[in-house]
Design a binder for this molecule. Structure first.
Ligand SMILES: [Zn+2]
Ligand SMILES: [Zn+2]
Length: 247
């Protein structure tokens, strides 16, 4: 029904960018260059590498160097290559597992809920969990985000796969939760990701809300191999076509 109200424009293929990619530098299966080749093969015009990092990850300088090398190598190939990382929240003050020294070298930083505050759900139930989830985000916006932006004002800071932890726990976000998140993000000039990976994907209604109302959106497949990137690229196109007003 929802699809009928917003018909696909079959002749229009949106320009696709994939801003959430993992490689062998963290838990991906393929090297950055393999991912670029796959992206070129399926017509992706922008790719941002966002390997998982922790504050003590010593691979990061070599990783950043490799992406810089690839940016140069592929500068004439009609693909924009970005340098990013994905990091996680660690407490309800909104601290993240991140080394501020990297901020200046990045184009994009994805901040995600990966483990915290899962234990709050287990010990205190869903009401406390939801409260803590938002409190964490507010804490991050109030302090860490400001510090990061001072370090690199151009850095795009994105909330990765919003609500995927909720869905994993069997909690479906309500309309007002989505609106609350969008308001918070817009006030802080923080981006929200539309993650099309089947593991993290929100329903179309919520994707649409984010696409329509968020000032900064980031599209990503969260692929961990070049095959996954190829398979998920059609999901990116479909999602963008559904959210037609914003590409
Ligand atoms: Zn993630
Ligand atoms: Zn990821």
């Amino acid at each position: 029904m929802g699809n009928r109200m917003r018909p696909l424009f079959s002749g229009v293929i949106p320009i696709i960018e994939d801003n959430h990619i993992h490689t062998t530098f963290s838990d991906g299966h393929d090297k950055p260059e393999d991912m670029i080749r796959a992206a070129l093969a399926v017509g992706i015009r922008g790719i941002c590498f966002t390997d998982h990092a922790r504050e003590e990850s010593d691979y990061v300088p070599i990783y950043l160097e490799e992406i810089r090398r690839l940016k140069k190598k592929y500068e004439d190939r009609n693909i924009k290559i970005g340098n990013g990382l994905e990091v996680k929240f660690i407490d309800k003050e909104g601290n993240i597992d991140f080394n501020l020294l990297w901020a200046r070298e990045l184009d994009s930083l994805i901040v995600s809920f990966h483990s915290f505050p899962m234990e709050v759900y287990q010990s205190q139930g869903q009401h406390e969990f939801k409260k803590t989830w938002f409190e964490t985000l507010r804490g991050f916006i109030k302090k860490q985000l400001i510090i990061i932006k001072q370090e690199n004002p151009k850095l795009k800071v994105i909330l990765g796969h919003p609500f995927s932890m909720w869905l994993k726990l069997g909690l479906f976000p309500e309309h007002r939760d989505i609106n609350k998140l969008i308001t918070l993000a817009n006030q802080a000039s923080m981006g929200i990701e539309i993650n099309v990976n089947p593991e993290h994907c929100l329903n179309h209604e919520y994707m649409q809300l984010i696409a329509d109302q968020c000032f900064i959106i980031s599209w990503g497949t969260d692929s961990h191999s070049y095959l996954e990137l190829v398979n998920n690229s059609s999901r990116l196109i479909k999602a963008k076509q559904l959210c037609i007003r914003r590409f």
